[in-house]
Design a protein around this ligand. Sequence first.
Ligand code: NAD
Length: 495
Amino acid sequence: MTTATAIAHYPMVIGGERVDALNGETMDVSNPATNEVYATVPRSGPEDVDRAVEAASKAFPGWARTAASKRTTLMLRFAEKLQEQVESLAEAEAINSGKPVAFAAKPELLHSIEVLVYYAGAATKLTGETVPVSSHSFSYTLREPIGVCGQIIPWNYPLMMAVWKIAPAIAAGNTVVLKPASATPVTALLLAQLALDSGIPPGVVNVITGPGASVGSYLAGHPGIGKVAFTGETATGRTIMKIAADGMKRVTLELGGKSANIVFADANFEDAVNGSLFAIYYNSGQSCEARSRLLIERSIYDRFVASFAEKAQKIRVGNPLDPSTQMGAIISPAQLESIKSYVDLGRQEGAELVTGGGSPDEDALRAGNFLLPTALANAHNRMRVAQEEIFGPVVVMIPFDDEEEAIRLANDSIYGLAGTLWTQNLGRAHRVAQGVQTGLLGVNTPATGTPGLPFGGYKQSGIGRELAFETLKLYTELKGVQINTSTRPVNPWRL
Ligand code: NAD
């Protein structure tokens, strides 16, 4: 059992100060691998959101006027600070989220550094245009920052999601108030401190902690913010969009997914099996872009399922802090129960459990939230397990007969976030890539987020894009300026 003295406290970062909630309340933070409380953070209330928005508003004019090249320099320094802290941040992330420490460091922290570097460079490339309106005027557009942006993120990639949100916003000259998920607040708070340490002025990056339903929704509707950027469940995104509508705030939503992974018989079989395992089981399947529907051409279906199930059993599930672990813990007991109930539901719906379904049989893991890589075969696309986001290490395997059916099945979903197709036929790769309604598609790779390449959803997977240059534009207002260059008097009514 953890003793009281071992419990660390992480304050919020508002206006450059490390502060607690004005009401003095705190929330417990647990380690998903043990379910022990090991830290506390402030449980803020609306009055804390007010002061965070006020600090961000105060910092905004100065930051917006800061030369873009200076913002670049500061953000590159911010990236360096992350680089210096990779090991300690990776450990903090692994303890708080249950993900393997090896993956928290690489790819996730290294990717986060790349994202900061990308947007640091992009800050100086955000330009307006001249517009040929008429020979009597000189007209141009300006890209201006929106102001204070409220940013709300989930628990599955706590530090990476914080960087995805903060980097484009501040590169474009905005200031932010970010709220991490209550389960995983630690690394976002550490990140805000690193932003300060790198010379980014106080108030540009503020991080508050507190319950989503009260503090998150209050932030989303706050009159002092101009934009809400949210990542999380589709249902929460819908609520946030409604809240933001009253103030006509700009909205970016990165939501849920049920992405298809399509394997054609002409694919490189081994690559397809290995890539498909990674595509669902990375981060214990707690990824919005997880390829949780595996569509397999019927002629190779049985062989593929057998090989996939055999290899799934070789994935090393275990203590997140063990560098050899490949799959760590599920975020919470409630999430584990929800995932297991989906496995039961799949079997009731007629799918066959071909591997996993239970927790690892190891004493050391019993107190934590662990689940073996799980696969449900002989499924069809109308089953609830094929339509609803399970958000755990569970894949649903569905056979198809031809290219047309594969595209139809892939698109038979309310979601459209990501996808992969495996084929060696070039024409087919392009045809299917164009046919699948999804924001991101990998061909012969379980591609995920890459700085520069847009990440975001079609349909109910969201609105807007992250990681791309376009994302910077989504953090700006577009202004048209027209200058009269004519020598003729201005007298339109001949008065
Ligand atoms: P969630 O929607 O429950 O919570 C996300 C955040 O919203 C948290 O910070 C939470 O405190 C806050 N929140 C909850 N209710 C709120 C409300 N009424 N008003 C304002 N804020 C509120 O999501 P989660 O369970 O933390 O994360 C998992 C979900 O996130 C999955 O659906 C996953 O697909 C999605 N996700 C999407 C992407 C993407 O880029 N599309 C990336 C990661 C995760």
